[in-house]
Design a binder for this molecule. Sequence first.
Ligand code: AMP
Ligand code: ZN
Length: 469
Amino acid sequence: MKIYNTLNKRKEEFFPQRVGHVSMYVCGPTVYNLIHIGNARPMIVFDAFRRFLEYKGLEVNYVSNFTDVDDKIIKKAQEEGVDPTVISERYIEECKKDMEALNIKPATVHPKATEEIPEMLALIDELVLKNHAYVAKDGTVYFRTRSFKEYGKLSHKNLDDLEAGNRELLVSGEDQKEDPLDFVLWKPKKDGEPYWDSFYCQGRPGWHIECSAMSRKYLGETIDIHAGGEDLIFPHHENEIAQSEACTGTTFARYWMHNAFLNIDNKKMSKSTGNFFTVRDILRRYEPMVLRFFMLSAHYRSPLNFSDELMESAKNSFDRIRTCVDKLTNAINMSEGTMLARNEYAIVEKMSQFKMDFEEAMGDDNNTATAISVIFELVKYININMIEMSTKEGFKRMKDMLLLLCDILGLIVEKKEEVLDEDIEKLIEERKKARADKNFARADEIRKQLLDMGIVLEDTREGVTWKRV
Ligand code: AMP
Ligand code: ZN
């Protein structure tokens, strides 16, 4: 299996450090609003990868945080005149609802920054002790960036170029940093802001230290995969590496995966210009699985454009898979035979090629786009070969294969089995018998009776099917 590692800018063979186990950390959202569809992209693409790893028999310890202390949360709380926890708890709950709708598996742990402050302070203490951090007069704690020799290795930036871009901070004299490149680990409280006691001052953590502390607590000093959107490469992930590695002296994350951005009508999605949609906006117009399908139809490292036309086309494509599943379900209901017929063996056997192609695509740096095209090849194969099939077992094998591949991507393609009332089922059976006896008058009467009960019958080549009016 290969992963494109941002650290080395190439695809690398993936070996977890512990056989059979994968530790994975995905940076989660700052909870001050409903999540937008851009935030949903990393959630969906890395959930698909996690599902694939699990399908391959690996146990995945998957951690994704909620940033629940932040300037934007505090601002919103002040606007509404409530405590910041009211805002963060509200949007964590809403985010979980969106995740459930999109069939994103809950993480093994979803730590909240505010509940992990002692771990962050412990990390900061260690960094101060090791001279990688220092305390300014007002109690702010800064990371001493130049003390970490490998700074810039993830974003492939050069320290001197970075410094040139930040020089005015020092010249202005407003900054109490030793070096413009240093960044905040802990900052003093301001009036009305949430704060925690610490040896340095009453205050709150900087953003980057959160993820370093939480991943160490839940996944250990070295994690297998760290993931997030590409906007996080610099400075967030670069700073996470610096803090963690300066403290532990060992590799922080072995593979770094970054998703490209989701744009709207080819323009960068941005909250400030109002050019964004929340997941909730989209779910009013489309089923959640259509949005999930849309996200997975592109490779996670390619920019993805969101537009009405593309969503319509995703809806139509996704419907093709569902129609095929429905056809198979009906065929299973209408047929018999627990053993494959002689001619069916070869047809069923050939399907394993689709499974192999699918696995190859997913094992090639989570290529969900190719994996989806394999699903469409399978749909085509089933549509062509269904005509040759006759046994329940044969149709079942086809359906199982299609559902297996969709399930690895977390795509729910099957309508929940509706349980019909006993009376309705009896009538359908009676009509079947009436038709077999060529009593068409009675069959028509039953059809009308069922229609009055809201059930429409359709006579298809595979047999009789029903749907609600
Ligand atoms: P934030 O709440 O801004 O920290 O974002 C949470 C996650 O969503 C991070 O992994 C971001 O990189 C990611 N993200 C934010 N906007 C987009 C976007 N337009 N496209 C893809 N990922 C995004
Ligand atoms: Zn993070």
